[in-house]
Design a protein. Structure first.
Length: 566
């Protein structure tokens, strides 16, 4: 279970909340709208062995895409001028998904989109009409967004967390995240594949694989892993299949796929974004957050997601703290005078990563940042076991509560899910099992002393004696560390080969963390993380944006079959 290559022994289970696959039935309305793709069947292409077969192996051999690397601001300018319409954007992105997300003569077979929204055209058309009559609601008006398949929508799309056990189940209402996106005028284009159940099912899982969606692949090299449970969102947004996307994180599942896919990803303070309607793992650590190709776009998207929600008690703490405009903090001079602590204990797992981090630190100094080096969390490595223990208790309680609210579902409890997986072992467990589910089912209620002691210990070690103590001691604005290493080779036989990772302290504390692309190693993106105190998103966005503007490291993926010698 523990990863010998990384101090963060539990992060691998939650790095895998991504985006993928789908069923032919789910795409029925879409296929009817696009007759040339009437025979499209995702189910034929989601298996582990098919994704890259027949693809050209290079972006240079695929059709150029008009919307590659386009930003929210550029989309809005295009819709204002009449060059674009919301409906036209949906058509373009949908056609691109059909063209390159599936395996075949044209597509590399990323398998990042698990289901398309059959109502996206009509929604976009209505937003175009509203724009003409009343003007735009805001910066997201008419902008296509992809969301992870553990985020509930009360429409004709399913919410399955990648599991066949939830196919056909009906959620009682939109998740708060979906409500906020619709209110902002965004078009939910579809849902992305993920590591099934957000990668909490097995200690030997392969990130980006789900029973419903199959295997998601990394757009920079198709034999590499997209990382984390939000793998589908990471791969899809990096491949320019939508403007921006939503992932979820318990520990690493936003920042790691953002790092491995060359994105900016914001893991907010727990409670800044409501979790109501999101398939849960841990109420003490779960959160949704934006994933985008730029920090500015991620900041714009974050502002649309915040707000108090009576269905999520954690959001009550946002009063006077949550904001609706985080784009205002995107200052290119944001590093000047910033005091940043270098968490050296998260370094040392890869010489090439260390060299890239040194270049990044030099870039910060040149922009006027004051680095405190080293600045390590004194409780480093002391909360890994209790983090997983808390997950086992909260998974059982939280998932049982979520499943009980569904209708038309064959599973109502974690025990039901375990039994479903056993009955459908060939489809649900062809590569790895469900040992973590079994361990969670054996746990008692949230009143157990073992759980309460572990939760209190986690908060003490990561908050009071951890991040807060370090930042007080050195008067820091942020802490910096490598997010992880280059994407590893996907291995369905042995599971993930994760090396490095710095997400655990902020994740266990429930504090914010932002990944930005730092550079590339052998053609693969590597990210750097900025994290800090609760509710410090404005400061972290200011620093992350300034770093991004100073380095401009992101490169468009090339969909290579493999990264080979030379």
């Amino acid at each position: 279970m523990a990863r010998k290559t990384s101090p963060n022994s539990t992060r691998r289970f939650f790095l895998q909340t991504a985006v993928l696959g789908g069923t032919a039935a789910a795409l029925g309305p879409f296929n009817q709208a696009y007759g040339e793709h009437r025979d499209l069947s995702i189910a034929e292409n989601v298996g582990a062995g098919k994704g890259a077969q027949g693809h050209p192996g290079s972006a240079s051999e695929m059709r150029a895409f008009e919307l590659d690397e386009i930003t929210i601001a550029e989309l809005q300018a295009g819709m204002k001028s009449g060059r674009f319409s919301a409906r036209g954007l949906v058509e373009k992105y949908t056609a691109r998904i059909v063209e390159i997300d599936r395996a075949g003569k044209l597509g590399p077979g990323l398998n990042s989109v698990i289901e398309l929204n059959p109502d996206s055209m009509s929604i976009a058309g209505a937003l175009d009409k509203e724009r003409k009559e009343k003007g735009p609601r805001g910066p997201l008006h008419g902008v296509p967004v992809l969301i992870k398949d553990n985020i509930s929508t009360d429409d004709r799309m399913m919410t399955t967390a990648g599991s066949l056990a939830l196919v056909g189940a009906k959620v009682p209402r939109d998740s708060f995240v979906a409500q906020r996106l619709r209110a902002a005028g965004a078009v939910i284009l579809g849902k992305t594949n993920l590591s099934e159940w957000a990668n909490i099912r097995s200690s030997h899982s392969t990130s980006g694989w789900s029973g419903r969606g199959g295997l998601t692949k990394n757009p920079y090299a198709l034999d590499r892993n997209p990382c984390g449970s939000s793998s589908g969102t990471g791969a899809g947004i990096s491949a320019n299949l939508a403007a921006v996307g939503i992932g979820t994180e318990t520990d690493g599942s936003i920042v790691c796929p953002s790092s491995s896919n060359g994105l900016a990803g914001i893991k907010p303070t727990v409670g800044l974004v409501s979790r109501a309607g999101i398939v849960p793992i841990s109420h003490s650590q779960d959160t949704a957050g934006p994933m985008a190709r730029t920090v500015l776009d991620a900041a714009i998207l974050l502002g649309a997601l915040t707000g108090a929600d009576p269905d999520d008690e954690a959001t009550s703490a946002t009063a006077g703290r949550a904001q609706t405009d985080y784009a205002q903090y995107c200052d290119p001079a944001g590093l000047k005078g910033a005091r940043i602590g270098v968490a050296r204990k998260y370094f040392g797992f890869n010489d090439a990563v260390d060299a890239l981090m040194e270049e990044s630190l030099d870039a910060m100094r040149k922009q006027g940042a004051m680095l405190v080096d080293p600045a390590d969390i004194e409780t480093f490595g002391k909360f890994d076991d209790t983090e997983l223990l808390v997950f086992m208790y909260e998974l059982k309680a939280d998932l049982n509560a979520y499943l009980a609210r569904l209708s038309g579902s064959p599973v109502r409890t974690l025990k039901d899910v375990i039994e479903f997986n056993e009955r459908n072992r060939a489809k649900e467990m062809p590569y790895f099992g469900q040992d973590l589910f079994v361990k969670a089912e054996a746990k008692g209620p949230l009143t157990d002393k073992e759980y309460l002691d572990a939760l209190a210990k986690n908060r003490q070690l990561t908050r009071t004696e951890g991040i807060d103590a370090l930042m007080d001691k050195h008067r820091l604005d942020a802490i910096v560390a490598p997010t992880g290493g280059p994407a590893w080779l996907t291995d369905l036989v042995n599971g993930d080969h994760v090396a490095g990772g710095s997400s655990n302290a902020a994740a266990v504390a429930g504090y914010p963390n932002i990944n930005v692309t730092a550079g590339f190693i052998s053609g693969l993106p590597v990210g750097i993380s900025f994290f800090g105190r609760a509710w410090s998103e404005p400061t972290l966005i200011r620093i992350a944006f300034a770093f991004e503007q100073a380095t401009k490291a992101r490169k468009t993926p090339k969909f290579l079959a493999s990264i080979g010698p030379g």
